[in-house]
Design a protein around this ligand. Structure first.
Ligand code: NAD
Ligand code: UDP
Length: 331
């Protein structure tokens, strides 16, 4: 397990699903964590377990705007910047596409500048969406993708492609030491029940007895990675010297159709929910599976958690979430 021993680590998007899991992991490893988030899709509840930790600070800020001066603990410097800010769920990122695109472009530039000024290593949370609706299967990092730059997903897909461009330009110019992960569909505790992505939707629908929504006929595929595996991959990538300045796929290659996923969740929850079919959203990718040979070779990383176990943990978390009392956090 990586140890950070009082080094200061900045996490943007730290109140979101992946970001909050990452903050917890960094605090466990001894880091001073500064979490920056505008709470667009993130929640203070996600920080509940460590909101009062003496090595944790939360700053509400939109990364599109220039960063306020950060107060660092004595004798500390920023050594790592994990840049995760950016809504990841299609209904959320499509609600304000201009803000989504600017978060990817201006937010990434602002955080790269912070890395440049502080000499910190920079990590970009990119996405499998840079491959669009792929013609190559599974997707290797060398595949350049098939993205519709005029469609409703473009604000996110093209935004992340631009963010990668900026990151690699800073790297080539030796202005920042850069790591880029192309994250594939990830699920697990700390997702919002109203996140809108498929795992949280169908688990919450099954638990509450609402109709389970399949978009299209459910034959489209995805490959789902449990969040603990992803966090292990992110931190290994950040600390790897070999994987500098190149994109690295992080995801679980276990591919299944949305219909198969629904059947698994129905089985696990013994729900009486009905299954309903809705229109497939425009530009919804037909299939997606990561080629993780680069992560295996350079990071010695392979996901460990089976979908069966990961879904059990996720169902248990959403069940507990239904009963959790909303106590004030910063009282
Ligand atoms: P999320 O929506 O739960 O978290 C995103 C966080 O960023 C939220 O806390 C949100 O409030 C914050 N944010 C958004 N815009 C911001 C802005 N302009 N300024 C400051 N904060 C802002 O999503 P997530 O699933 O945790 O995703 C985290 C990152 O990983 C995102 O960059 C996303 O693109 C990437 N990613 C996630 C997945 C996945 O399956 N979860 C897949 C590919 C890539
Ligand atoms: N999806 C679905 N029902 C839902 C939410 C999503 O069938 O309630 C489908 C969606 O159309 C897509 C897949 O599940 O084909 C994964 O969607 P998600 O939004 O989780 O991720 P992304 O499309 O960004 O990979």
């Amino acid at each position: 397990m990586t140890k950070w021993n009082d080094q200061t680590v900045v996490v943007t998007g730290g109140a979101g699903f992946i970001g909050a899991n990452l903050c917890a992991r960094l605090l466990d490893g001894g880091a001073q964590v500064i979490c920056i988030d505008n709470l667009q899709t993130g929640r203070l509840e996600n920080l509940r377990d460590f909101a009062h930790h003496d090595r944790f600070e939360f700053i509400q800020h939109d990364v599109i705007d220039p960063l306020p001066r950060l107060r660092l603990p004595a004798r500390s410097r920023i050594c790592r910047v994990y840049h995760l800010a950016g809504a990841a769920s299609p209904p959320h990122y499509q609600a304000d596409p201009e803000h989504t695109l600017l978060t990817a472009v201006l937010g990434t530039r602002n955080m790269l500048s912070l890395s440049e000024q502080s000499g910190a290593r920079f990590f970009l949370a990119s996405t499998s969406e840079v491959y669009g609706d792929p013609e190559v299967h599974p997707q290797h990092e060398d595949y350049r993708g098939s993205v519709n730059c005029t469609g409703p997903r473009a604000c996110y897909d093209e935004g992340k492609r631009s963010a990668e461009t900026l990151a690699f330009d800073f790297y080539r110019a030796r202005r920042a030491d850069v790591r880029v992960a192309r994250i594939f569909n990830t699920y697990g505790p700390k997702m919002r029940s109203d996140d809108g992505r498929v795992v949280s939707n169908i688990v919450c629908q099954a638990l509450s007895g609402q109709d389970i929504t399949i978009y299209g006929d459910g034959s489209q595929t995805r490959s789902f990675c449990f969040v603990d595996d992803l966090i292990e991959g992110l931190t290994r990538l950040m600390e790897s010297d070999r994987a500098a300045g190149m994109p690295v796929n992080l995801g679980n290659p276990n591919e299944l159709s949305v219909r198969q996923l629904v059947d698994l969740v129905v089985d696990k929850t013994s729900t009486t929910s009905r299954i309903t079919f809705k229109d497939l959203p425009e530009d919804d990718p037909r299939r997606r599976r990561p080629d993780i040979s680069r992560a295996q070779e350079f990071l010695d990383w392979t996901p460990q958690v089976t979908l069966d176990h990961g879904l059990d943990a996720t169902v248990a978390w959403f069940q507990a979430e239904q009963h959790r009392a909303a106590a004030p956090l910063y009282a």
